[in-house]
Design a protein around this ligand. Structure first.
Ligand SMILES: *Cc1c(COP(=O)(O)O)cnc(C)c1O
Length: 361
């Protein structure tokens, strides 16, 4: 606290990102980064941008990237006017709160979800209702229908984080139909690991904003690129906020790298396929150790062991040089969120867990 702070700063509860440890040679399974590098074509495109041209401001609209994203979704009728890009999808989400969810009414999101949502709600002074997930941690579409204009909007990740549970497109469509006067933001940070994107619904639902990121399935977390696809009116609102905030959120290497990454479909399919295969194998091994694993459509699994305390397990893994994510909030305090690493990372994890369980029992 300082007398120099504005009132809103004292009231903020900032988001706490997963740790980025400085120690090398850790098995880092705590922030859902890709275990495989970015597309080699993206790395070449980035390298080409590092030179004299950095004197010059980048394209303020990141036009080449918007066009590349639109081309990839052309079959769903998406054009560049329906694409917004930002400095990581966190920035895109922040602009969505500001531009589309702030109506002086509470918004809805699940009680167990991405913990940045309450933070943005605080920053933009948006009230919210945390809607409890079902007992099995699935999202019930009915809980998001019927409040009409009493709510300011809806936001949830699909698959949800940190549970990994997927909601089907038919359920998402019911939520959209049930809220024609409000924007529904679907945060698809993990959709490429086994879910079905809602982008094909954009042409039919002007209240749908789909947000995706280059950080997870395209292995560019260090570069900060995210995007949204929605009706041109929604994109206009985001552009108005963006152009009142920072004209150049994406630098030259980011525009070039992300454009090359989204054009390298083969590399993308291959690396997602490898993560999915490793996830299938890991789930089997964890279940064999007695863990309960929530069904995951993401690049992480959310697990608990009926006989072992999650915080103790996390500490024991850490002493073996393996970092996973443990959340303290009550309903999930006995769960660990474990990112899918390489098969070698997974084997190291399973070995360490096996040793710990054997030592304690
Ligand atoms: C990782 C994540 C994001 C944000 O990623 P960026 O790196 O900012 O693009 C957004 N939503 C969810 C649910 C995430 O897990």
């Amino acid at each position: 606290m300082s007398k120099f702070w504005s009132p809103i700063v004292s009231r903020l509860t900032p988001y706490t990102p997963g740790e980025q440890p400085k120690i090398a040679r850790l098995v880092k399974l705590n922030t859902n980064e890709s275990p495989y590098g970015p597309s080699p074509l993206a790395l070449q495109a980035i390298a080409r941008e590092v030179g004299d041209s950095l004197r010059l401001y980048p394209n303020p609209d990141a036009e080449p990237l918007k066009l590349a994203i639109a081309r990839r979704h052309a079959a769903d009728g998406i054009s560049a006017r329906e694409v917004f890009v930002g400095n990581g999808s966190d920035e895109v989400l922040a602009h969505a709160f500001h531009a589309l969810l702030q109506h002086g009414k509470p918004i809805l999101f699940p009680d167990i979800t991405y913990s940045f949502y309450p933070t943005y709600a605080g920053l933009y002074q948006v009230d919210y209702q945390a809607v409890p997930l079902a007992e099995d941690f699935t999202l019930r579409a009915d809980d998001y229908i019927g409040q009409g204009e009493e709510i300011g909007g809806i936001i949830f990740p699909n698959p949800n984080a940190p549970t990994g549970c997927l909601l089907g497109l038919a359920e998402i469509e019911r939520i959209l139909q049930g809220n024609p006067q409000r924007v529904v933001v679907v945060d698809e940070a993990y959709i490429d690991f086994g879910g079905e994107t809602a982008i094909p619904l954009v042409q039919r639902y002007p209240n749908l904003l789909v947000v995706q990121t280059f950080s997870k399935s395209r292995a560019l977390a260090g570069m900060r690129v995210g995007f949204a696809i929605g009706h041109a009116d929604l994109i206009d609102a985001l552009e108005r906020v963006k152009n009142s905030f920072n004209s150049y959120p994406l630098d030259r290497p980011a525009i070039a790298g992300a454009t090359a990454a989204i054009e390298d479909e083969a590399y993308f399919q291959k690396s997602c396929g490898m993560v999915i295969a490793s996830r299938t194998a890991l789930v089997e091994q964890l279940e064999a150790l007695g863990f309960q694993v929530l069904p995951s459509a993401a690049n992480f699994v959310f697990v608990r062991h009926p006989q072992h305390d999650a915080a103790t397990l996390a500490a024991s893994l850490r002493s073996d040089g393996i970092i996973v994510r443990h959340f303290k909030s009550e309903r999930i305090s006995q769960f660990l969120r474990i990112t899918i690493g390489t098969d070698e990372d997974c084997a190291t994890l399973v070995g360490a867990l096996g040793r710990h369980l054997a030592a304690v029992v």
